[in-house]
Ligand binder design. Structure first.
Ligand SMILES: NC(=O)C1=CN([C@@H]2O[C@H](COP(=O)(O)OP(=O)(O)OC[C@H]3O[C@@H](n4cnc5c(N)ncnc54)[C@H](O)[C@@H]3O)[C@@H](O)[C@H]2O)C=CC1
Ligand code: BAL
Length: 499
């Protein structure tokens, strides 16, 4: 368990931070070529934290050029995997040494609670980098079954120059999910952080250099989606894009790829994830704790948040009573107070979007309030399956309650969505649990718990939640590598016909 500081100690650390503001390209910080900047704001207070380089196509071109040079000369891509492993482990250690600074920076820039930053975001970032580092010198190439006269080798090669386009809800952790396997594989990366939360990615770049990752291999280009994300997506010399964010922007990356060099595209997008609670669920208090955690953790700014509760009517009242009791324990307020479990939403724009759902006519069972500084109370709403609230990804601390009368109705409703990222099912009946888990079309289904798995399990979505690959586990290495087949002719009969 992380040793947390007091609110006053976190405030003092925050006051003493030096915030990185420039792009990081070819091993050094530099302003945007245009000289332009944009403000990054602490959403909990509305105060401007820093003016960050507002990069554009010229900066993207330069970063791609340098990333390509690094990739082709092999200063990283051709190292022995164990050397990349050692460097990445040094990198993880440097993050550990600077973990408090990163946790505070993340909390200030995103509104996330310091509690989550200290206990989840930063430690999971470190664990993710170490895991992929440790894996990379243990993955073997293959030899195919072939006749005695031939050997066919199947070797894995890094994809090349990859663009990593990040969301703002887990700025450090999503960075780690992507750079962990990409750097381990030998790729050169261009990170495009979300404009709301650029700071920790920019600071991490410096630690990457300090760890010994060669210049040009790790670049961070901050700026808006249209100014940086689009030129990256359309670049003719970028081999692949790995994106996490909204389904709408994910679609754009497919168009960019189709219109340019058909680069590979991996998309991890939205969700409207169901928690199905059947009438034979055991220990409703525990079920309620899982549902509340799934819905309100990280302010519900989580693509795998369990935002739809689908409950059989026989147990609805008993479950709701417990859900409301648990939800009341989720204290809201200053993100730098380690007692708080609910911080601020990421921005005033996002606050306006989430707030707009709160007056759409659903029956409010709890919460529904908001206050200055982008805070939205954990909210439980009873609604019907066709309502906007029950269908759209709100990405805030809002749980919709939907009532069903049977197992089949519950599963049909769970699947009645364009998304398919995550789901959970609560029941004491093993057969129903497995039937439900098989029937729900989602990348992750948890039984009698809410969870996203861990670094060892693939994470990604079905339907409009995902495309092209998985984050986490060895499956992530498939994203950043491609297979090559090499045939060797071993026959020594010179008379044998060729072809
Ligand atoms: N799957 C997930 O983890 C996330 C889902 N979302 C969903 O998306 C909604 C909107 O949030 P946004 O921040 O607007 O997400 P977004 O999908 O627009 O942003 C994600 C990333 O894409 C970039 N981007 C935006 N427009 C672009 C464009 N035209 N071309 C290239 N890159 C572009 C952004 O700068 C950011 O780095 C949220 O309310 C939530 O529902 C948002 C963030 C994360
Ligand atoms: N649930 C972690 C990944 C994401 O929100 O995108």
């Amino acid at each position: 368990m992380t040793d947390l500081l007091t609110r006053e100690e976190y405030k003092a650390l925050a006051a003493g931070l030096t915030l990185p503001t420039n792009a990081f390209i070819d091993g050094s910080y530099r302003p945007a070529a245009s000289g332009k900047t944009f403000e990054t704001v602490n959403p909990a207070t509305g105060e401007t934290l820093a003016s960050v380089a507002a990069c554009g196509a010229e900066d993207v071109d330069f970063a791609v050029l340098k990333a390509r040079e690094a990739f082709e000369d092999g200063r990283w891509s051709k190292l022995h995997p164990s050397e990349r492993k050692d460097t990445l482990i040094r990198f993880a250690k440097l993050i550990t040494r600077n973990r408090r600074e990163l946790a505070v920076m993340e909390s200030l820039d995103s509104g996330k609670t310091i509690y989550d930053c200290e206990t989840v975001d930063v430690p999971e970032t470190i664990h993710c980098l170490k895991w992929h580092a440790e894996a990379i010198d243990k993955i073997y190439d293959q030899v195919s079954p072939a006749s005695d006269d031939h050997i066919a080798m199947i070797v894995r090669e890094p994809v090349g120059v990859v663009g990593l386009v990040l969301p703002w809800n887990f700025p450090l952790l999503m960075l780690a999910w992507k750079i962990g396997p990409a750097l381990a594989a030998g790729c050169s990366v261009i990170v495009k952080p979300a404009e709301e939360t650029s700071l920790t990615a920019l600071r991490i770049a410096e630690l990457a250099m300090e760890a010994g990752i060669p210049r040009g291999v790790f670049n961070v280009v901050p700026g808006s989606g249209p100014d940086v994300g689009e030129p990256l997506g359309r670049h003719m010399d970028v081999d692949m894009i790995s994106f996490t964010g909204s389904t709408e922007t994910g679609r754009r990356f497919l168009r960019y790829a189709a219109d340019s060099n058909l680069k590979e595209v991996v998309l991890e997008m939205g969700g409207k994830n169901p928690s199905v609670v059947l009438k034979d669920a055991e220990n409703l208090d525990r079920v309620a704790a899982h549902v509340v955690n799934g819905a309100f953790w990280n302010m519900g700014e989580n693509c795998s948040a369990s935002s739809r509760l689908i409950v059989e009517e026989d147990i609805k009242e008993a479950l709701l009573e417990r859900i409301l009791a648990h939800a009341r324990e989720w204290t809201i307020g200053d993100p730098l107070d380690p007692e708080h479990r609910v911080g601020a939403l990421v921005s005033s724009d996002h606050f306006a979007k989430v707030s707009s759902y709160l007056d759409k006519g659903a029956k409010v069972l709890m919460g529904g309030g908001s206050r200055d500084g982008a805070f939205v109370e954990p909210t439980v709403l009873e609604t019907d399956p066709g309502s906007t609230i029950a269908r759209e990804e709100i990405f805030g601390p809002v749980l919709s309650v939907l009532t069903v009368r049977s197992f089949d109705e519950a599963i049909a409703l769970a699947n009645d969505t364009q998304y398919g990222l995550a789901a959970s099912i609560f029941t004491g009946n093993a057969r129903k649990a497995l039937r439900g888990a098989r029937a729900i079309r989602a990348g992750t289904v948890t039984v009698n718990c809410f969870g996203e798995g861990d670094i060892t399990t693939p994470f990604g979505g079905f339907k409009q939640s995902g495309f092209g690959g998985r984050d986490n586990s060895l499956a992530a290495h498939d994203q950043y590598t491609q297979l090559k087949t090499i045939w060797l002719d071993l026959s020594d009969d010179e008379d044998e016909a060729v072809g």
